[in-house]
Ligand binder design. Structure first.
Ligand code: NAD
Length: 254
């Protein structure tokens, strides 16, 4: 089906002040989307929703939800469906990193990361694509990582890399199964992006080191990633599905 005039994109993990999700939510609002900002802290989500309404005159709602919790996700998606226009887009951006090497990773740490990055994405995707399938139109974008393709590294080790690699498989399966409902599903795999996810572990020294081999010669910005996500959510991107977009300044050839 064609896109409805008024349509909503859900962006998870969009309350982080310097994060990829917030930049994406703003960009989508500028392109005419109503936006549902979903993050752990309701107040922080509401703050971003308000700034979107004020800056772009767009419809926006801030919701508090822990994506690893099915009940919390179902309540959030029900609230979004009741308050905003038809859900057409879903950006699975919420995620946590984990610096623990494979030989040291505990069961608890492993589960903590898989519960959010993989199970959380599963929960909210299932809730959102039911709505999309009903209306025969939808766009899903999963935020994976260069770490999924390269086997960890700067952004996270075993649990993180595994969870992000699983999202590549999920995107392709969704693409295969849901194409018949007018839904596309793709992945975006960012390289080194300057945000707070590493909790300050990306030191200036480390940045210098990374830049030495990087073809574009700079660390990525949240807008570099938001740009590609917004592109994949467009109506005219409907022939792109099951694809992974590397947004890494060329690190994959370095
Ligand atoms: P960030 O830490 O700034 O933002 C992540 C957001 O997700 C936070 O607001 C956090 O509260 C939210 N979140 C965490 N657990 C949640 C849960 N259980 N339920 C709901 N929300 C939850 O991180 P970022 O750098 O903007 O990263 C965004 C995405 O991009 C992540 O999935 C990350 O793995 C991925 N990524 C980032 C980089 C990078 O270099 N920054 C590289 C590759 C991939």
């Amino acid at each position: 089906a064609p896109f409805p005039q008024d349509r909503t994109a859900i962006v998870t993990g969009a309350a982080s002040p310097r994060g990829i999700g917030r930049a994406t939510a703003h960009r989508l609002a500028r392109q005419g989307w109503a936006v549902a900002v979903v993050d752990l802290d309701r107040e922080a989500s509401e703050k971003v929703a308000l700034e979107i309404q004020e800056q772009h005159g767009a419809d926006a709602l801030g919701v508090g939800a822990d994506i690893s919790d099915r009940a919390s996700v179902d309540a959030a998606v029900a609230e979004i469906a009741a308050s905003l226009p038809q859900v057409v887009g879903l950006v699975n951006n919420a995620g946590i990193s984990s610096p623990v090497p494979f030989l040291e990773v505990s069961d608890e740490e492993w589960r903590r990361v898989i519960d959010v990055n993989l199970n959380g994405t599963f929960h909210i995707t299932q809730a959102a694509v039911k709505i999309m399938a009903e209306h025969r139109v939808g766009r899903v974008v999963n935020i994976s990582s260069a770490s999924a393709e390269r086997g960890g590294g700067v952004y996270g080790r075993a649990a993180y890399s595994s969870s992000k690699a699983a999202l590549l498989g999920m995107s392709r399966t969704l693409a295969r199964e849901l194409g018949q409902y007018g839904i596309t599903a793709n992945s975006v795999a960012p390289g080194s992006i300057d945000t707070d996810i590493m909790g300050g572990r990306l030191s200036d020294e480390r940045k210098e080191f990374l830049l030495q081999e990087l073809p574009v010669g700079r660390i990525g910005t949240v807008d570099d990633v938001a740009n590609v996500i917004e592109f994949l959510l467009r109506e005219e991107s409907g022939y792109l599905t099951g694809v992974t977009y590397d947004v890494n300044g060329g690190s994959h050839i370095a």
